[in-house]
Design a binder for this molecule. Structure first.
Ligand code: RB5
Length: 146
């Protein structure tokens, strides 16, 4: 499995923690930066992560900024993306089970390191339920064609 990961200047430390956590799980990480000390506008990073997922190069993505809000909005502008900003494990699990979110977002100024790792595990270990949720996800994706 390959995960695209990216962050602005508010989240490089958390990104490094999440990256190490993913690698410990045997997941290959494609890192779109930025590193500690670098500045970045979250829309630029969000677009890179989202396009990597939308193209199929990565199976899924994780994107972080200060709140997780700006980068999730940016990711959601890319066709094919369902990015969910989460700050609890229930939402991180359900955004996969019900919404089949292909990018998980969170804010380094909102969640702690341990909660962030736990949310990543909840999201990765959850499975999309399909059925009535597939119909709703199809309706979401159809908005892109209107
Ligand atoms: C950057 O200071 C901050 O605005 C950004 O990380 C994010 O929180 C935006 O949504």
């Amino acid at each position: 499995m390959k995960i695209a990961i990216g962050n602005d200047h508010a989240a490089p430390e958390l990104k490094n923690i999440i990256k190490a956590h993913l690698e410990e799980r045997g997941i290959e990480v494609i890192d779109f930066g930025v590193a500690v000390g670098e500045k970045a506008d979250y829309p630029v990073i969000g677009e890179k992560v989202a396009k990597c997922v939308a193209s199929g190069e990565a199976d899924a993505g994780i994107a972080m900024c200060g709140t997780g809000i700006g980068i999730s909005i940016s990711c959601n502008k890319v066709k094919g993306i369902r990015a969910a900003v989460c700050s609890d494990c229930y939402s991180a699990k359900l955004c996969k089970v019900h919404n089949n979110a292909n990018i998980l977002c969170f804010g380094a100024r909102v969640v702690g390191d341990e909660l962030a790792k736990m949310m990543v595990d909840c999201w990765l270990d959850a499975e999309f339920e399909g059925g009535r949720h597939q119909r709703r996800v199809d309706l979401i994706m159809d908005i892109e064609n209107h």
